[in-house]
Design a protein around this ligand. Structure first.
Ligand code: THU
Length: 159
């Protein structure tokens, strides 16, 4: 896990973070007023974005990361290289990076299991003035996953 400046990200990372920032503005967030955007870089080169979608039954809210994963699944895309997460409050930028919640880490871990290698997770403040890069395995060590159930995911790897 390390900190990096926006200008030191490579072109693909910058593009992915910019896509997440754009998606963040589509958040449906009447309850928290917190805007979160996520962008997945699929192994086939496609970028799939998502934003948080809230609901009056609060437990039914879906985070930006899961929203992007579900959208990718609808496109039969299940293997990824990177994911970026960025957020803002309704009237203020974040001063610390926003990291995936526990539930999203679990879902991203499963996506990493389907992928050819560990997922890179790029987390940014609103103004991209603080960026942290971690591996999925660092964000969810000792994860419980398909291997614990003896499940082989080979036939579920998508496009
Ligand atoms: N949220 C995300 O979309 N992703 C995260 O990583 C953290 C939290 C959303 C859920 C909810 O809509 C709002 O942010 C406040 O928790």
């Amino acid at each position: 896990m390390y900190n990096i400046d926006y200008l030191h990200l490579d072109h693909a990372q910058q593009r992915l973070l910019d896509a997440a920032a754009k998606a963040m503005e589509t958040a449906y967030n009447p309850y928290s007023s917190f805007y979160v955007g996520a962008a997945l870089l699929a192994q086939n080169g496609k970028i799939i974005t998502g934003a948080n979608v809230e609901n009056a039954a609060y437990g039914s809210c879906i985070c930006a990361e899961r929203s992007a994963l579900v959208r990718a699944n609808a496109m039969n895309i299940r293997r990824f290289e990177k994911v970026t997460v960025i957020a803002r409050a309704v009237d203020a930028p974040t001063s610390e990076v926003t990291a995936p919640c526990g539930g999203c880490r679990q879902m991203l871990y499963e996506a990493a299991q389907l992928s050819d290698k560990d997922l890179e997770v790029i987390m940014s403040t609103t103004k991209k003035d603080k960026i942290v890069i971690a591996k999925m395995s660092e964000l969810l060590p000792l994860a419980s996953g398909p291997k614990d159930l003896g499940i082989n995911l080979a036939q579920y790897r998508g496009k």
